[in-house]
Write a protein that binds this ligand. Structure first.
Ligand code: NAD
Ligand code: DAU
Length: 331
């Protein structure tokens, strides 16, 4: 397969490129990435001779059109992804997530190319903290933040292009990922690198909010399964049955890193903070036979801590600027 991976220099996309080069050497991989603050050539170190990396904006038709024309399938990861940044300045989210996805859709329509669109469970809004309900493919969209609203808009564009133009596309909505190469603005790597740099971890509000954590390799194995065996026009929810409160995750990290359980600061809560996300992944399991492999969360967190401990060259140059933006927001 000739695969075009948008956003392949970001967290999940880079892990997808690494696993594709390792497990599918028959594939020809091209990455298109604008190399925003969230993308890095360093994340593709080790595979750079096996792929082509094109620096460019997916919203630019002159960039995206010839790349799509030369591909058998597009895996579309590129997006602005951080909720706190969307609250500070929504404009780039409209550009990459909505206009960018529109440009990708028009290109796959013109050239009859298969598309897998990578989306998020945040399009469904949030759930009650202690309720039994989980998100399914039938849950109505109810996004809370500028980030999730733009991802919801992108999903709707994909659905409309499937219906109106018979574009061969699938969508996946996944829960919170963790693992190597995740930007240190995000919860888990922020706390790990805070501890590694002598700062105290920062918990928003009480830490009662719940996220449903999945290792990035499991997200990507599901994306691969959908790409190979998914039905055109369908949406698949990806999750690993791993709901955890933010406080519980932070205390696991503190224990792994040999700190006291209360060695952290409570900081200003996120505006409109979604309470709980939880995915029912049974369609993916039942229909495509996918299961997550990284089901020991503590062990996977331990490996993630170890990755950040051994890769300061990758994250340390970003740390002061990231923390300075947070501290301006009281976080
Ligand atoms: P990320 O922020 O780490 O990486 C995004 C990448 O997209 C970066 O390399 C960036 O340079 C690139 N990009 C942004 N705008 C672009 C543009 N206009 N043109 C070209 N490239 C552009 O994001 P991530 O966490 O790897 O997320 C990847 C995808 O997965 C996103 O679509 C996100 O919504 C979705 N997702 C993420 C999670 C998660 O927990 N991180 C969970 C579910 C879904
Ligand atoms: O659910 C999937 C989504 O997961 C993806 O679509 C997003 O791209 C991804 O960023 C992530 O969104 P969240 O907002 O859930 O992730 P984040 O890492 O920003 O925060 C996780 C939780 O931790 C959230 O409840 C806010 C809280 N938090 C976050 C940070 C950065 C803290 O308590 N302290 C922090 O310092």
């Amino acid at each position: 397969m000739r695969l075009l991976v948008t956003g392949g220099a970001g967290f999940i996309g880079a892990n997808f490129v690494h696993s594709t080069v390792r497990d599918h050497p028959e594939d020809v991989v091209t990455v298109v990435d604008a190399l925003t603050y969230a993308g890095s050539r360093e994340s593709l170190r080790g595979v750079e001779d096996s792929i082509e990396l094109v620096e460019g904006d997916i919203a630019d038709v002159d960039v995206i059109d010839p790349l799509v024309a030369a591909a058998d399938a597009v895996v579309h990861f590129a997006a602005e992804t951080h909720v706190d940044n969307a609250l500070a300045d929504p404009r780039p989210f409209l550009h990459s997530n909505v206009t960018g996805t529109f440009a990708v859709l028009e290109a796959v329509r013109r050239h009859g190319v298969r598309l897998h669109h990578v989306s998020t469970d945040e399009v469904y809004g949030d759930l009650e903290l202690d309720g039994p309900t989980r998100f399914t493919e039938a849950t109505p969209y109810n996004p809370s933040s500028p980030y999730s609203a733009t991802k919801a808009a992108a999903d709707m564009l994909v659905r409309a292009w499937v219906r109106s133009f018979c574009v061969h596309a699938t969508i996946s909505n996944c829960s919170n990922n963790f693992g190597p190469y995740q930007h240190i603005e995000k919860f888990i790597p922020r706390q790990i690198t805070n501890i590694l740099t002598g700062r105290r971890p920062k918990l928003y509000g009480t830490g009662a909010n719940v996220r449903d954590w999945i290792h990035v390799d499991d997200h990507n194995s599901a994306v691969r399964a959908i790409l190979e065996r998914g039905e055109a026009g369908r949406t698949y929810l990806i999750g690993a049955d791993n709901e955890q409160s933010n406080l519980a995750v932070l205390q696991s990290l503190l224990a792994i890193m040999g700190r006291d359980p209360d060695d952290f600061d409570h900081v200003t809560d996120r505006s409109g903070h979604d309470l709980r996300y939880a995915i029912d992944p049974s369609t993916l399991r039942d229909e495509l036979g996918w299961t997550p492999a990284r089901t020991d969360f503590t062990e996977a967190l331990r490996e993630t801590v170890e990755w950040y401990r051994t890769h300061p060259d990758w994250w340390a140059p970003l740390k002061d600027a990231t923390e300075s933006s947070y501290s301006k927001r009281g976080q």
